[in-house]
Design a protein around this ligand. Structure first.
Ligand code: F6P
Length: 551
């Protein structure tokens, strides 16, 4: 099973605490000055990827202590347990095997004694056959016209992953217009369907459970829209497909089981883009690019098993534990310097925060240490003109990950050089800062008098010493995107193992779902609202009053 070691009980943790006192005031710019080989020693160079973590507040000793923490926490055992299909999601009694979905080797993968690879390959083949037929226009809508638009209806992992990838791989897209609807707010469905031709629209209902309120509400409205326009219930068999683990619910909904693409309970929602949930991706970019995405992820699966905490994922995970628990950092910015990755921070938010946002450890006890951090971000350079001010000069320490690609997919003039210059310059600025002496010199040179200089000087100083990690790939391809996603998936796994939390359940989303039921009943009944707290009651009554007044 999975190790259950409280990291704070280890000798390495105690050493890290003492070590933190020694290094907390170190300035990264001094570390670079003192050590001309710092970049080489704190970076990982691979064929198509460079991880530069030299601009972090770490020394060789920090990394050695973090490695020994990983050893004491038996992280390697945890990694092994995941890949061999042990039920490491213990609170749900499930294996965690998104890696099996991208297993490119001939090796079997067992869950409860059964090799899951034949089923994985069968569904992949089913998806490929369907995708080819839709893309080449052979799969027709109810009235005999080829499909032009695909609308994926799903939420959480059944939306964020596929949506992020479809956006990220737009450069590789074919003729199909692939859209996403997730919010139960009808505006999302209505706006995404505006102007669509019902005869040429295919809906994908993506839901692991096929019971999620938002998805099923949108799915029912989409079905009604199709039937209203096409005038026959039989249109559903041609123009609605399902991605799910719940066969009977798909059947009850009325979707032809020949158009159900199954997956399994050992695929977590936020790790499911590699499964049938990726059908929208396959439709958008074609089966070959989807396979390349799987290959990229497989490469990282192999690496993390070979290299453990020395892998890129391992380094990211150790740094996150270091900042979260010793520097008291609460948030972590993920800043892709590539417009195609504009949904990557949102995807990562679910992947990371739903996985490691836990306060009870694997022994059932409340943790005394910090767990998952708040992940957020926007593509560079937009963020620079929005929130970077707070990163540079605010009161909070916010480590940043920069994600960039050496070559542009849209080489146009000097755009890409400027984009990269901004990315690298931000890392430099956040690390170096700008001290009082330099600022004073500049102000003197600008001709200001000493009173003016003294008044302005404090505002122009940058304290610097803000950690950044840069992941630089050669080019954004399906394969490198697969690598990138898997790198972060394994970062989350390793961080969860270090922090002794169960990374693959998500009980925290249940309470809100449960309470939505009585609240909805009260809203629909329009009766006396009771059994609710005064604030919620007040909100419902105000909503009813506003609605009554305008109707
Ligand atoms: O938000 C909770 C959650 O269970 C996620 O983990 C999941 O990705 C999402 O809901 C959607 O669930 P389903 O695919 O079952 O509709």
């Amino acid at each position: 099973m999975i190790p259950k070691i409280d990291p704070t009980s280890t000798l390495s943790w105690k050493r890290l605490k003492a070590h933190f006192e020694d290094v907390k005031a170190l300035q990264m710019r001094d570390l670079f000055e003192e050590d001309s080989s710092r970049f080489e020693r704190f970076s990982v160079q691979r064929e198509n990827l460079l991880l530069d973590f030299s601009k972090n507040r770490v020394t060789e000793e920090t990394m050695a202590l973090l490695r020994s923490l990983a050893q004491e926490c038996e992280v390697e055992e945890g990694i092994k347990a995941m890949f061999v299909g042990a039920a490491i999601n213990e609170t749900e009694h499930r294996a965690v095997l998104h890696s099996a979905l991208r297993n490119r080797s001939a090796s079997p993968v067992y869950v409860d004694g059964e090799n899951v690879m034949p089923a994985v390959q069968e569904v992949l083949a089913q998806m490929q056959a369907f995708a080819y037929r839709v893309i080449c226009g052979e799969h027709k809508g109810f009235t005999g016209r080829p499909i032009e638009t695909v609308v994926n209806i799903g939420i959480g992992g059944s939306d964020l992953g596929p949506y992020m990838v479809v956006e990220a791989l737009k450069h590789y897209a074919n003729r199909l217009d692939v859209r996403f609807v997730s919010n139960v707010d009808a505006t999302h469905l209505v706006e995404q369907c505006k102007g669509l031709d019902p005869e040429t629209t295919l809906f994908i209902i993506a839901s692991k459970t096929f019971t999620t309120q938002e998805t099923m509400t949108n799915a029912r409205s989409a079905r009604a829209w199709l039937i209203a326009h096409l005038g026959d219930e039989d249109c559903i068999s041609k123009q609605m497909v399902a991605l799910s683990t719940n066969r009977s619910a798909v059947e009850d909904f009325g979707i032809d089981l020949a158009h159900m693409f199954p997956f399994w309970d050992w695929v977590g929602g936020r790790y499911s883009l590699w499964s049938a949930i990726g059908l929208s991706i396959m439709l958008a970019v074609g089966p070959d690019h989807f396979e390349a995405l799987l290959e990229g992820a497989y490469e990282e699966d192999e690496r993390v098993q070979e290299e453990g905490v020395e892998s890129v994922s391992g380094i990211l995970a150790m740094l996150s534990v270091w900042y979260g628990n010793f520097f008291g950092v609460e948030t972590h910015a993920v800043l892709p310097y590539d417009q195609y990755l504009h949904r990557f921070p949102a995807f990562l938010q679910q992947a990371d925060m739903e996985s490691n946002g836990k306060a009870v450890d694997r022994n059932g006890k409340r943790t005394t240490h910090e767990t998952g951090s708040i992940i957020w971000g926007e593509p560079g350079t937009n963020g620079q003109h929005a929130f970077y001010q707070l990163i540079h000069q605010g009161t909070k320490l916010i480590p940043c990950d920069f994600i960039a690609f050496a070559q542009s997919l849209n080489p146009t003039g000097d755009h890409h050089h400027k984009l990269m210059a901004n990315c690298f310059a931000q890392g430099m600025a956040l690390m170096q800062g700008k001290d009082e002496v330099t600022v004073r010199k500049e102000l003197v040179a600008s001709g200001m008098d000493s009173v003016q200089i003294d008044a302005l000087l404090p505002y122009k100083v940058f304290k610097g010493n803000i950690p950044t990690t840069t992941l630089l790939f050669d080019r954004l391809t399906p394969r490198s995107l697969g690598q990138l996603i898997a790198i972060y998936e394994h970062k989350i796994l390793i961080e969860g193992l270090l922090l002794n939390v169960y990374s693959f359940d998500q009980w925290g989303v249940e309470l809100g779902k449960e309470l939505a039921k009585p609240v909805l009943k009260n809203i629909l009944d329009r009766t006396e609202v009771d059994d609710l707290d005064a604030s919620t009651r007040g909100l419902i009554l105000a909503m009813q009053n506003f609605t009554n007044r305008s109707s």
